[in-house]
Design a protein around this ligand. Structure first.
Ligand SMILES: Cc1cc2nc3c(=O)[nH]c(=O)nc-3n(C[C@H](O)[C@H](O)[C@H](O)COP(=O)(O)OP(=O)(O)OC[C@H]3O[C@@H](n4cnc5c(N)ncnc54)[C@H](O)[C@@H]3O)c2cc1C
Length: 362
């Protein structure tokens, strides 16, 4: 059960942190909040709030900051606007996948019963894992309070993941050799395909048009191609539905990023996250890469690294924990170490220079 998993993970974390501190001498400052990151030439100053409320600064050559993401209604409104669709005006009809997935059953039913007084249909926006987790939760928990249909508005085609070509062929799944197969691993839709439970729900939705185990119908409606008929259909669904659920990813929840002159630095975003390279270094809105700052958590994502592989049809960002634990974080690590070595060398030559100057004066 998840509460037990949480307790085990909590205990495992304590062991891991103790091991890292003991073995590598890393100073771990816990319960501290990074409030701002100021870029000063070749290094960064971090302003941090300690658990007792006091503040201190840390100067560093590189920052690796994976601090999660947020879902905001304006992200959904913007995404719909890009697809020439208008979101419902009322904020209470717009819900996030986080809320739908985490709200206790009683509260979820009470909330949606209110919303579904005049309409028994909902719209889910998105076509990836969150969307299919949300479809299942809505159908399983809300069928009893009248939910009849969910319309899934998605931009890119819905794809399924398979370990091998043979597994896909056995399942009768049609894939494109050029665009859907990872050249490194031979996997099908390695980055963008539905896996695990989302695979089962997605399979049921694509073949039967219902959420498996329920009678709740799901209509998938592609709206990424700009087809006028599909857009009009989707707009009708948005207008008539009881609520719209946002499953289009996250925005990075970053602390304040500032330049030396205290001006804020805005980061450029692309589909699915920040416009970062394979080491997680983002670009500012003028397209300048910020070397030394590495962000690749939820909402930021990593660019596909050709050495690790992906399918050509995938244009999003990589978020999977497996990737972080394996080679995906290596480019970031290598750059951090190179920069650290360079700073060490610089500090050494400066010390040498001061020493020689001192001798000269004597
Ligand atoms: C519903 C859902 C299901 C998922 N399922 C899977 C899955 O099955 N497999 C998989 O591989 N991935 C999955 N993911 C993706 C995975 O959870 C994320 O990619 C991963 O958690 C991102 O790590 P992160 O460290 O960026 O963010 P988080 O895990 O959110 O951690 C962020 C941490 O940063 C801290 N923090 C925030 N702000 C500050 C600050 N200013 N200063 C200091 N600390 C701060 C927070 O307290 C938190 O501890 C899922 C994601 C979601 C939302």
């Amino acid at each position: 059960m998840l509460p037990e998993v949480a307790a085990v993970l909590g205990a495992a974390t304590e062991l891991l942190v103790a091991h890292i501190e003991r073995t590598y001498g890393v100073l771990v400052r816990r319960a501290s909040r990074v409030e701002s990151v100021i870029r000063r030439g070749e290094h960064f100053d971090l302003r941090v709030r300690a658990p007792d409320g006091s503040r201190y600064e840390v100067r560093t050559a590189s920052v690796v900051m994976n601090i999660g993401g947020t879902q905001t209604p304006h992200l959904l409104r913007d995404a719909l606007r890009e697809m020439k669709l208008v979101a419902p005006q009322e904020d209470e009809r717009m819900l996030t996948s986080d809320r739908v997935l985490s709200e206790p059953v009683a509260a979820l039913r009470a909330h949606f019963s209110q919303l579904m007084r005049d309409s028994q249909s909902l719209v889910v926006v998105g076509g990836s894992h969150s969307a299919f987790s949300v479809l299942e939760r809505l159908a399983v928990e809300l069928e009893a309070v009248g939910l009849k249909e969910i319309v899934l508005l998605h931009r890119s085609p819905i794809k399924l993941f398979f370990e091998t070509r043979e597994a896909a062929q056995q399942a009768g799944y049609v894939f494109d050799e050029e665009s859907d197969v990872c050249p490194v691993s031979g996997r099908i839709n390695r980055s963008g395909g539905l896996r695990y439970r989302a695979f089962e729900i997605g399979g049921g939705v694509l073949t039967e048009g219902v959420v498996p185990g329920t009678r709740v119908k799901v209509r998938t409606l592609p709206v990424g191609g700009g087809d006028a008929v599909a857009i009009a259909d989707a707009q009708g669904c948005l207008n008539a539905c009881a609520g719209v659920i946002q499953c289009i990813g996250y925005q990075p929840s970053l602390p304040e990023l500032l330049r030396d002159d205290k001006e804020p630095v805005a980061l450029r975003e692309i589909q699915g996250g920040l416009d970062s390279d394979a080491a997680g270094c983002p670009c500012d809105t003028d397209g300048r890469r910020i070397e030394g700052l590495h962000l690749f958590g939820l909402g930021s994502g990593l660019a596909v690294d050709p050495k690790i592989g992906s399918e050509a049809s995938f244009h999003g960002r990589i978020y999977g924990i497996w990737q972080f634990h394996h080679d995906a974080s290596r480019p970031a690590l290598e750059r951090v170490l190179t920069k650290a070595a360079w700073h060490e060398q610089l500090a050494h030559s400066q010390t040498l220079h001061r020493y020689r100057l001192g001798r000269g004066r004597r």
